[in-house]
Design a protein around this ligand. Structure first.
Ligand code: SAH
Length: 399
């Protein structure tokens, strides 16, 4: 056992859970632990999974680990004559009514309650996913904590919106701080929140947010980190590990709206971003323009396929920053990565299990883990984010 695992006290329940919805919601799995013990729990988890590769630095927690989520979504339904809004009970389609959540943005929660109350006076029904009847399915809210901008997305079953201007005015009268309202139509039998069609009902249809000294556009569908306070810490750590000198060619793989690549572009020579979601890529291109960054290009592609092509055409990257979804990187991606042979890989992950699997591959193919830093992006939940620095071993040839 590593020395730093011993330091972490055994985590036993030591706290009365605060949230009345905890049993049905299931989102905050660690709320019966004090925050200090939650951090210990996560530290131990990372050490167990990644500790065999390197010493694990002390997890970076939050000073105020509440109401950190800048993205909030509520499902709407009916219980008897009452309209309810809240979260799905874990692994079911039953809605647990929730008006105040200890990890969600409070303003977003207030807006959701307002919308629910307004539905009745406008004689609008909530959607029923068994009969597929009714109007409002979900409300999604994204808030720029630094910019103050707020986007409300009303997910409806059909485009036809009775008394739409009056309904929008009624929301805005009660919440003038909202900067844009979008209607999205989802008429499928699906657990996905958003459908394909959208129209802007008020404002620009997106919000902007400030992060690490840059401005970012966030549209309804694109991925954006949900805890902005910890995201700055995470990204700064990634930049510290990359140690740019101004001469590097950098790949930002799984780049989302281009956040990491754009931050890197300030100190590197050239950056390429690759991302599968076309909406995110559109935002990434806009974000480059918004920040007057000219040394960056974005490609909409599967990161694995992109890497295979890059390896075939003899593309060269000095640093690869990768931030894949929970499933980790594909084997295609990893195989091409070790053919491209960048000097450094900065691997950001929201799932240390798949990261451990990928590190096992990379360390067998000529890379050595040099740093491991856990960051608590999701207090009260069991999730933990990690940033890992790998360096190419000396004299390593392409395999
Ligand atoms: N680096 C970004 C986004 C990380 S989330 C940030 O910090 O904001 C992971 C991203 O990977 C998502 O934007 C998702 O759309 C994208 N993605 C998922 N599978 C992918 C694939 N096969 N190829 C490329 N991108 C993918």
């Amino acid at each position: 056992m590593q020395a730093n695992i011993k330091k972490h006290i055994k985590t036993e329940n030591d706290k009365k859970p605060q949230c009345p919805h905890r049993k049905k919601c299931g989102g905050c799995q660690l709320q019966n632990l004090s925050y200090e013990k939650q951090l210990s729990f996560k530290q131990v988890k990372v050490i167990k999974l990644l500790g065999r590769y390197h010493h694990v630095c002390e997890i970076i927690g939050m000073k105020e680990p509440y109401h950190y989520r800048n993205k909030v979504q509520a499902a709407f339904g009916e219980r008897g004559k009452e309209i309810i809004s809240g979260v799905y009970q874990s692994s079911t389609h039953n809605i647990v009514p929730v008006d105040n959540c200890m990890i969600e943005d409070q303003k977003a929660d207030e807006i959701i309650v307002t919308i629910r109350k307004l539905l009745k006076s406008f004689k609008l029904r909530a959607f029923n996913d068994v009969t597929m009847k009714g109007f409002l399915r979900h409300v999604l809210i994204k808030r720029g904590f630094a910019s103050g901008e707020i986007m409300v997305v009303l997910v409806t079953s059909v485009m036809d919106f009775p008394k739409q201007p009056q309904f929008i005015n009624a929301i805005l009268e009660r919440h003038p701080e909202i900067t844009t309202i979008v209607q999205n139509v989802n008429n499928h039998r699906t657990s996905l929140v958003l459908g394909e069609k959208s129209r802007v009902l008020y404002g620009d249809g997106y919000i902007e947010e400030d992060l690490c000294g840059l401005r970012f556009r966030i549209s309804p569908k694109a991925f954006y980190q949900i805890n902005p306070t910890q995201t700055e810490i995470l990204y700064n750590k990634a930049m510290e590990y990359a140690e740019f000198t101004g001469s590097e060619r950098v790949l930002d793989a799984y780049c989302g709206t281009g956040t990491i690549g754009l931050i890197a572009s300030k100190n590197a020579k050239r950056v390429v971003g690759v991302e599968l979601n076309p909406d995110a890529v559109k935002d990434a291109v806009t974000n480059a323009e918004l920040n007057n960054v000219e040394n960056i290009d974005f490609y909409c592609d599967d990161a694995g396929k992109f890497m295979v092509r890059a390896a075939q055409t003899g593309e060269k990257f000095d640093v690869v920053i990768m931030d894949p979804p929970r499933a980790g990187a594909s084997l295609d991606f990893l195989r091409s990565l070790v053919t491209l042979l960048p000097q450094k890989i900065v691997y950001i992950s929201c799932n240390p299990e798949t990261q451990a699997r990928d590190l096992s591959f990379l360390t067998r193919k000529g890379y050595k883990v040099k740093r491991i830093q856990p960051v608590d992006m999701f207090p009260h939940t069991e999730h933990v984010e990690t940033v890992v620095l790998l360096e190419r071993c000396k004299n390593e040839q392409a395999k």
